[in-house]
Design a protein around this ligand. Structure first.
Ligand code: ATP
Ligand code: MG
Length: 345
């Protein structure tokens, strides 16, 4: 097996809040293999964006980062700004949540695509333009040559997001980090973008770290899932396995809150309570105040993340599946809260 392209090890991001220094990302470890799509999931405030920014060296001033971000064997933590800037755009590209910020609203598409390519790859104007047309065609923009002369506002939201992906791919990165790439889009457009990402990674052979609060999005495209809660990884594994038999009470709750996970006419059950803020982070297992399974030790003991076979990890000392016994566990795998088959890959 080829070594991982990206291996994040014990990544911790400390931020200063009004009440002191808090860990917004707390000992996060996971890897992204070559050509793999890994999904980072979790509710608002779980530390998804900060994890992405930490690996890109784009954390806000005042943030302190520790741990390792091994990219092709080099540790990016502590790399100087110039080297990081070179790496971004060339080897690691970011597609941010809002296509309007990903693209400059006042610059024509050709400028946004060719300047980037020329600066990083040292191509002539004509070569850069030919490459820009190729990229727009790759992201399925109709009439790519004509599209080069247009401005972002002349495209729909879905088209703008495709163009933002083209800009990110301009320098043929090895890793694409996509932070909520489809959140602002309606469901059909969203499905189109996800299919596109999946096709492109096969055609171009890059890896993707896709970040979203929506497990439904990840079920369509990710090979593996990493679930974050309160800055910690609570569960990880192949998408098929995690969605078919989620082990952490939080993952199970996320899945019950998913529209496709319940039958017609049944109400969705969102997880009770709201996610913690940095200043209200509970002790022990961060999820315990919202957890139906919590026992006394969950209030004080931080559950260790352990391997549970099949390449999966779990950070829960209760593990509902184990407590339910094999019979209920088997029934669980056949029905709720697992995803309906059509939502699985
Ligand atoms: N510059 C900052 N200063 C202080 N706290 C911050 C800063 N940036 C983020 N945070 C806090 O850190 C935590 C993690 O933030 P992050 O943006 O990574 O969450 P997220 O999982 O991406 O959420 P969302 O789904 O809303 O985008 C949140 O509680 C957030 O309020
Ligand atoms: Mg975010």
């Amino acid at each position: 097996m080829s070594p991982d392209l990206l291996a994040i090890e014990e990544l911790t991001v400390r931020l200063r809040t009004r009440r002191g220094i808090r860990r917004a990302v707390d000992g996060v470890s996971f890897a992204v293999g070559s050509g793999e799509i890994v999904g980072l999931a979790g509710e608002s405030g779980s530390g998804k964006t900060l994890t992405a920014l930490a690996l890109l060296g784009l954390l806000p001033g005042g943030a302190r980062v520790s741990g390792r971000v091994m990219f092709e064997g080099r540790d990016l933590v502590g790399l100087d700004r110039r080297r990081l800037r070179e790496l971004r755009g060339r080897e690691i590209a970011l597609v941010s949540q809002d296509p309007m910020t990903a693209l400059h609203p006042l610059l024509r598409i050709d400028v946004q695509l060719t300047e980037h390519v020329r600066a990083h790859l040292g191509l002539s104007k004509a070569e850069a333009e030919a490459r820009a047309v190729e990229l727009l065609a790759a992201v399925r923009i109709p009439g790519p040559a004509a599209a080069l002369g247009a401005y972002p506002h002349q495209f729909s939201g879905g088209m703008r997001q495709r163009i933002a992906i083209a800009v990110a791919l301009a320098c043929a990165p090895k890793l694409l980090v996509a932070d909520e790439p489809t959140t602002a889009l309606d469901v059909t457009v969203q499905a189109g973008i996800l299919r596109l990402l999946d096709n492109l990674r096969h055609e171009h052979g890059f890896s993707v770290l896709i970040i979203t609060h929506d497990l439904g999005v990840l079920s369509a495209v990710a090979d593996r899932l990493v679930v974050l809660y309160g800055g910690r990884v609570v569960e990880s594994g192949t998408t098929g396995e995690v969605l078919a038999s989620p082990r952490h009470p939080y993952t199970r709750g996320l899945m019950r809150a998913l529209p496709g996970a319940v039958g017609a006419g049944q109400a969705m059950t969102p997880i009770a309570g709201s996610p913690p803020t940095l200043d209200s982070m509970p002790g022990g297992c961060h999820f315990h105040p919202r957890c139906d399974w919590a026992v006394e030790s969950c209030f004080t003991v931080v559950p260790a993340r352990r391997e549970i076979g099949g390449g999966r990890t779990l950070a829960c000392d209760v593990d509902p599946l184990r407590r339910e016994g094999p019979e209920t566990a088997a029934a669980d795998r056949d029905g709720e809260p697992g995803l309906e088959p059509e939502l699985q890959r």
